[in-house]
Design a protein around this ligand. Structure first.
Ligand code: SAM
Length: 262
């Protein structure tokens, strides 16, 4: 599912990312890595690097000495081929639960918005600890359960009315800003959460529909293929447009955070 559809390439991740353009107070693309004093000497591993949201802030500018982008999906890694021309990036197809890197081989390991996909989160956290030098840092970002709850509520309502019963269509994540401290503290003596809540004001239904449409496959896998997902999208579009008519925009809030672990 992850490598065959959800993350076969970076199409869906880009659709979801596009919604952050409507932030009322944009945080800037470097907020997640701003806790590290990058000085061009660090070796960094970005585990579950996706299409390189963070690597694109570090590699071209030479803010790190070398970066290793690792991901389960070959399609995701291929979206990063252009960055390899810098000579400062290696790409490796790998599972976060079994990283093909030696002990204590990186100064910084990152696991950004990916630990909630890993079946054995504990194993992935142990791997992050193992590959990071004793005096290094691990960054792990994730969402709060309240992240974009306004969109999750629209999805749950539309899907429940389609299926004729109360359905929790948006699954509860295993690794969130609420569960992360306990999970990471098993391996790290210091775990600090930096939270970021950003209100979005979205002037048309299209970005919301693109966001929800990007979740088609995982949603159908969870609630069943009989769901008419296009009807769900129509239902949500109608409600979002109604909000825009009465309030001028559709409003939702992102709630996320980065754990800094040492
Ligand atoms: C939500 S995306 C995040 C991508 C990027 N870190 C970011 O924050 O933009 C999750 C990524 O984790 C990858 N992934 C999921 N499970 C993985 C695993 N067990 N090992 C390595 N990568 C994995 C997916 O292929 C996908 O590229």
């Amino acid at each position: 599912m992850l490598t065959g559809s959800a993350y076969a390439d970076d199409r869906h991740i880009r659709s979801r990312g596009a919604i952050y353009a409507y932030a009322e107070t944009p945080a800037g693309p470097r907020w997640r890595t701003s806790m590290i004093p990058w000085d061009g000497t660090q070796v960094v591993a970005d585990v579950g690097c996706g299409n390189g949201f963070d690597l694109r802030q570090l590699v071209p500018q030479g803010r790190c000495r070398h970066a290793i982008g690792l991901d389960l999906s070959a399609g995701m890694l291929s979206s990063l081929r252009d960055l390899r021309q810098t000579g400062r990036l290696s790409l490796v197809q790998a599972d976060a639960q079994h990283l093909p890197l030696p002990d204590a081989s990186v100064d910084v390991a990152m696991a950004m918005h990916m630990l909630y996909h890993v079946p054995d989160v504990g194993a992935a956290i142990r791997e992050l600890r193992r590959i990071t030098r004793p005096d290094g840092t691990v960054l792990a970002s994730t969402n709060s359960p309240a992240h974009l709850a306004e969109i999750a509520a629209l999805m749950n309502t539309a899907i429940s009315s389609q299926l004729g019963g109360s359905v929790q269509a948006v699954p509860a994540d295993s690794f969130t800003t609420q569960t992360g401290t306990a999970l990471l503290s098993r391996e790290f003596s210091s775990v600090t959460l930096h939270s970021l809540d950003v209100p979005l004001s979205i002037p048309s239904a299209q970005p919301v529909i693109r966001y929800v449409a990007s979740l088609r496959e995982p949603t159908l896998a969870m609630v069943g293929e009989s769901l008419d997902f296009d009807a769900v999208l129509d239902d949500i579009a109608m409600k979002v447009e109604q909000d825009i008519r009465t309030q001028g925009s559709f409003r939702a809030t992102t709630h996320m955070g980065v754990f800094v672990c040492r």
